[in-house]
Design a protein around this ligand. Structure first.
Ligand code: SF4
Ligand code: SF4
Length: 287
């Protein structure tokens, strides 16, 4: 356990539990305790007037390569895991993707082995859905936008009957307070300290992950089906610090090259060390 609560000092006030951004503190068996989901951020300390929270001797494992290996081995995943990190500008050693490209197409390339990081912006994106993952929208006139929607998305035989129905989905998802100019996207093994990861999984692997995630907290993982793959997987993990699984939309599934048995699950990186630890604590660890 990286951080711990001294039960002799704890006043049971509950101040810490609602202020942990990772929801890593739980109230169980009449005591407040820190779970494996702790990411060592130290935020809770300032909310404990009793001084009961201290740093432990073990730290959360944050090394991306170690976590990437552990997830693949424990879950039996053969494809690459996608990682994304929001930034205001491209780092010197990361090439800028010129486009035109689709975000879901880049994810498909990474899943299938091309995991070198690129800096992806809305300017290089062929898809307006890029704003759903926290990036600024490309400037397009209303006429251009409506023409593109009607050509590919709206109408009989397409995804949505009209524009209002298409827009209706968006109110269900959290909104980014800040939109970034771009995102570094590549395989998890190549991106240290990303903001979120996306793993292609089957139903059995989803069961393993959800069991490990719920082990200490009893929390369930919610899933989405219906709107664009980026909208379903992008905003929730970094904003709400919650994982989410998604079926992907028709186009997104095609570009991500998912087979019929595959879904994707999106995790905030801050929960990944705890997930990896807890995979060894569940019924599935004995397989
Ligand atoms: S994740 Fe941060 S706030 Fe939560 S228990 Fe750990 S150190 Fe405290
Ligand atoms: S804030 Fe401090 S005293 Fe209050 S429940 Fe948490 S650890 Fe205990």
């Amino acid at each position: 356990m990286s951080f711990f609560i001294d039960q002799n000092i704890c006043a049971r006030c509950g101040s810490c539990i609602g202020n942990c951004p990772n929801r890593a503190i739980v109230f169980r068996d009449s005591i407040y305790t820190v779970t494996n989901m702790c990411f060592d951020c130290g935020t809770c300390i300032q909310y404990c007037a009793s001084g009961a929270i201290g740093e432990g001797t073990t730290r959360a494992e944050r090394d991306n390569k170690i976590l990437d290996n552990a997830l693949k081995e424990k879950l039996g995943i053969k494809k690459n895991i996608v990682a994304m990190k929001f930034t205001d500008k491209a780092p010197d050693d990361v090439p800028v993707e010129e486009g035109p490209h689709f975000w879901c197409g880049i994810c498909g390339d990474i899943f299938d082995g091309d995991g070198k990081p690129v800096y992806f912006t809305s300017e290089a994106s062929t898809c307006g859905g890029i704003t759903n993952i926290g990036m600024r929208a490309k400037k397009a006139s209303k006429e251009e936008f409506d023409a593109a929607m009607e050509a590919s998305v709206i109408g009989e035989g397409k995804s949505y009957s009209n524009k209002d129905i298409l827009a209706k989905h968006r109110s269900l998802f959290p909104q980014f307070h800040k939109a970034y100019p771009g995102v570094i996207i590549g395989s998890l093994e190549n991106i240290p300290h990303p903001d979120l990861i996306i793993i292609p999984i089957n139903a059995h692997q989803l069961c393993m992950i959800s069991t490990a995630f719920a082990f200490d907290t009893g929390e369930v993982i919610m899933g989405h089906a219906g709107p664009a793959a980026c909208l379903m997987t992008g905003p929730t993990p970094p904003i709400d610090k919650r994982p989410v699984f998604a079926a992907g939309d028709d186009g997104g599934r095609t570009f991500m090259r998912l087979d019929h048995a595959e879904l994707v699950i999106s995790f905030p990186y801050s929960l990944v060390p705890g997930l990896v630890e807890n995979l060894d604590r569940t019924v599935f660890a004995h397989e």
